[in-house]
Design a protein around this ligand. Structure first.
Ligand code: AHR
Length: 532
């Protein structure tokens, strides 16, 4: 896959190495910082859709990872792994994007309906050239979505499919009454229409989704979306396929070229955007998931935080072309992308997930919260066994990755009210020419009325003491949880699945402020319970 990068890793690596050899690398020292949580200045609601998932027909992501079939020896319900479903339920997943990714633009939805033994077997030409049995199709996807209490985000096929195929898929899913597609759905076992909350019109149409230009795709979007119709009360939000990284040309072309008037036939509710974190920023040598040095630790965190600017760049375009705020940004693929694990199959994108990934997730969340007005959705790539997965499986075993724990610790932020945090002077954590703030913070008033404060200590080696003052909120009690690792690549294995898991964090109550000690390389969430 060819990617454009904004900065060559080689140059950073060279500078880092040179700095280390010359003994000029500088390290931030542990220091105390003061934070003020401004609960008296509540902002926007943090959309729960910022905590979305993405599950593609890729590697062992769906087959084995989520769905094993009714005849499997692995305990399952209607073919879904009980262990994985139980773990996913705890994350309160708000939305799942499916079936791709690149797979979406080669998927024929009719292959995945009807009796399983009669479904055609295709080749997954994008991911590993493996046989796709189509055992997991539309009915299985909605079964998953309904089990998890999530919303469905369908990615339609623009690259190799027709507008008619796309329109008929939506009709199959949403049709009421006595018509052929509704009858077919009923014959296949589903009486009521499903709710389709979001529909993506193609994926990465700049690449695997059809190799188009922004201008050409803008017209293609209009053509496809005009036929995408559902009942008035079950009309999905339509998401156009956008760009990646810092680029804005897709957001520019689409927001200037597509009308958004509600009910207008080819209305567009959002533009997709993708951003993956590579430790090196180099698609020919990404960097490893474990066994890396501190240079790749800090470069990974620094590159993660670039998403702030990438989102701001899209927002600036939208403020210009869509001042009324009709169009949302859908960051429907984000996460780390490392070199293939030794021994894993090419094209399966299987990778370990360490404490570094938990920090990547938490940094993303803290940034997403600040963009919640325009950022309508974010989906980590991907749920199980693929890229920055929340769960890994091996036969009948599963483990929750540090990324899983970060998602679980941030559940209270879903639909909470954003609260600004004044962070005075946060010390820098620097290595060579790479520098990041040592602490990232985000706070919100939960729907239950509590105040939560997330704190990330980015430093690879130093802990830091934080003093927190809270304005406009009277805390009756406090509690804290911390996720840390005993090394920069600490991770869970099938032999030791709980090596990295949340522990209690002591919160000291002082005179007018609270104190917490953040260990090196950690994610913490402090809860201030309101007086009840
Ligand atoms: O998530 C893996 C792949 O990354 C997706 O299929 C594609 O959209 C992106 O390039």
């Amino acid at each position: 896959m060819t990617r454009k990068t904004s900065r060559s890793y080689r140059s950073i690596q060279t500078v880092l190495t040179a700095a280390l050899l010359a003994g000029t690398a500088t390290f931030a020292r542990a220091a105390e910082i003061d934070l003020v949580v401004r609960a008296d200045q509540p902002g926007d609601t943090i959309s729960r859709f910022l905590y979305g998932q993405f599950a593609e027909h890729l590697g062992r992501g769906i087959y084995e990872g989520i769905w094993v079939g009714e005849d499997s020896e692995i305990p399952n319900t209607r073919g879904f792994r009980d262990d994985v479903i139980a773990a996913l339920k705890e994350l309160h997943i708000p939305v799942i994007r499916w079936p791709g990714g690149c797979f979406a633009d080669e998927y024929d939805w009719r292959d995945g309906i009807g009796p399983r033994e009669e479904r055609p077997v295709r080749i997954n030409t994008h991911w590993g050239w493996v046989e796709e049995t189509n055992a997991f199709g539309t009915h299985e996807f909605f079964d998953l979505v309904e089990m998890l209490g999530s919303e469905a985000y369908i990615a339609g096929n623009v690259g190799s499919g027709s507008p008619r195929e796309m329109a008929q898929w939506l009709e199959y899913m949403t049709a009421e009454g006595d018509n052929s597609l509704a009858r077919l759905r009923r014959a296949n076992g589903r009486d009521e229409p499903w709710k389709v909350a979001f529909f993506g019109v193609g994926n990465e149409t700049w690449g695997c989704g059809g190799n188009m230009t922004p201008e050409y795709y803008t017209d293609v979007f209009k053509r496809y979306s005009v036929f995408l119709k559902g009942p008035r009360d079950n009309m999905p939000k339509k998401v156009a396929s956008g760009g990646q990284n810092a680029e804005t040309d897709w957001t520019e072309a689409l927001s200037a070229g597509v009308r958004t008037t509600p009910d207008y036939m080819h209305a567009m509710d959002g533009i997709s955007h993708h951003y993956y974190t590579l430790p090196t920023g180099d698609w020919s040598k990404h960097g490893r998931a474990t066994g890396f040095g501190e240079e790749e630790w800090i470069s990974t965190l620094w590159r993660t935080m670039l998403v702030d600017g990438h989102l701001a760049a899209q927002e600036a375009v939208l403020e210009k072309n869509d001042p009324d705020g009709e169009i949302g940004i859908y960051l429907d693929e984000w996460g780390t992308w490392y070199d293939r694990e030794e021994g894993s199959r090419a094209g399966f994108l299987y990778q370990q997930s360490s404490i570094r990934d938990a920090l990547v997730a938490a940094l993303n969340f803290n940034i997403f919260h600040r963009h919640t007005k325009r950022l309508h959705m974010a989906n980590i790539a991907q749920t199980v066994n693929v890229l920055q997965a929340v769960i890994l499986t091996q036969g009948s075993e599963t483990l929750r990755t540090p990324t899983y724990h970060a998602f679980e610790m941030y559940v209270p932020f879903q639909e909470a009210t954003f609260v600004p945090v004044e962070d005075g002077e946060v010390p820098a954590y620097a290595l060579g020419d790479v520098s990041v703030p040592q602490v990232s913070a985000s706070s919100a008033l939960t729907r239950g009325g509590d105040l939560v404060l997330a704190l990330v200590n980015l430093h690879a080696r130093d802990g830091i003491d934080v003093a927190v003052r809270v304005a406009g909120f009277e805390a009756a009690a406090t509690s804290g949880r911390v996720l840390a690792g005993d090394a920069i690549d600490a991770h869970n294995t099938f032999d030791d699945p709980d090596a990295v898991k949340p522990a209690e964090l002591a919160v000291d109550r002082g005179d007018g402020s609270f104190g917490v000690s953040l260990p090196a390389r950690s994610v913490s969430v402090v809860t201030f319970s309101r007086r009840r």
